[in-house]
Design a protein around this ligand. Sequence first.
Ligand SMILES: NC(=O)c1ccc[n+]([C@@H]2O[C@H](COP(=O)([O-])OP(=O)(O)OC[C@H]3O[C@@H](n4cnc5c(N)ncnc54)[C@H](O)[C@@H]3O)[C@@H](O)[C@H]2O)c1
Length: 450
Amino acid sequence: MDLSIVGVGHVGLVTAAVFADLGHRVVGLDDDRDKLDTLLAGDVPFHEPGLPELLERVVADGSLTFTDDLSVAVDHGEVIFVCVGTPPLPGGGPDLRFVERVGREVARHATRETVLVEKSTVPANTGVRLTQVIAHELEVRRADATAADPDDVHVHVASNPEFLREGVAVKDTAEPDRIVYGTASDYARDKLREVYAPMVERVGCPVVETDVPTAELIKHASNAFLATRLSFINAVANVCDRVGADVELVAKGMGHDARIGHAFLNAGLGYGGSCFPKDVDAFAHLARQVGYDFGLLEEVRDINVGQRQVVLDRLRDELWHLQGKTIAILGAAFKPGTDDLREAPALYLAESLLAEGATVRMYDPVALDGVAEVLPEVERIDDPLEAARGAHAAVIATEWPQIAGLDPSDLKAALDYPIVVDGRNCLDARAAIDAGLHYHGIGRGHLRVR
Ligand SMILES: NC(=O)c1ccc[n+]([C@@H]2O[C@H](COP(=O)([O-])OP(=O)(O)OC[C@H]3O[C@@H](n4cnc5c(N)ncnc54)[C@H](O)[C@@H]3O)[C@@H](O)[C@H]2O)c1
């Protein structure tokens, strides 16, 4: 099929490459000229394992091309996927102006029956709004006697939320757990069936076909639920700390219950990234707008933000005050496998430490360039032990293998004071204590030196 992808960022680029690899002819559009130049030069603008190799293949065989001309993308795509950003607004809702702009532009340029698919994460009923915007633009075209006759033009709005995880995005997109799409017409449903047919045949994943608002809501409900699990276990961790229990074993004991499962029961510094914080807020905001107080989600957010304070409190407990102290933060990206720093807990920690007068050093295997842009006052060091050398304490903020695999004795030898706050519970706690470190995990009260 001829597909277009509008917005070739973390979601759009991976989607475009995987669709091209499935045998579709794909055009990727972005209005960021620098990003396009990077892609046209054969480079990938962000770190995503497996993506460079896949892109090289599908660009070389001509199944994926790029453009910055919307009319080219609209002409090409019988199905057009909207993958633009929906960043958070101060009031909690998402900024939908990029999605709206794409809807308007597609309606202005469409010359035939087209399916416009929301892949960006949007609140329920965005599809209704988009449909109104498109109808208005088509009315304007009809009223303009000089415009080409738009009577053959029909733009079907559909929703096809994306569930990929950065760091394993290629695999998640090529072999999804499930495919969800919501449509309002047989035409759109049949087109989406056709898009995904080769993937369903190969992977055998379930397909959930719904109406548009239901598909939109499945995405917000999924992310809000995952975030709720994380905040739940973090709240449990805070009780574990106080009663001398081990949250790692609590999570293990809970997870063996088939009704609960093990995933997303990792206590720690809290979630970050471009999705969970924004989507939890956006879902709560949507609920408020429609007259329901989803207070649970406010708690989920507050517990998550509170986890950063847990780490800062540990440092203050150990170091009395932070003025003039040097703290090594190991890991900057919001999770391993990506250089994405959006809402990364490590950055919040760094900002707080700097505000309290500490010197901050950071190690990350791939995200240090990004750190330089947002927090130039942080010292960047490309080796974890060098970052720790001579510091008053180290905080683990991202469980990269380079960090989780550190030998506690080496860490002890590097640090000036043997203090480690493991915000991801990724070091071997017993080995760390045996090596002489003052080890603080999250929810590991059984290990506290009292
Ligand atoms: N990143 C994830 O892990 C993830 C996972 C699932 C869903 N999502 C959702 O997918 C959407 C995109 O997220 P992302 O992480 O890929 O964002 P991103 O910022 O990496 O990419 C968005 C891209 O859209 C481009 N863009 C914006 N407006 C445009 C326009 N009018 N025309 C052409 N291009 C335009 C930007 O230049 C950018 O390259 C968001 O709604 C996000 O919530 C993200």
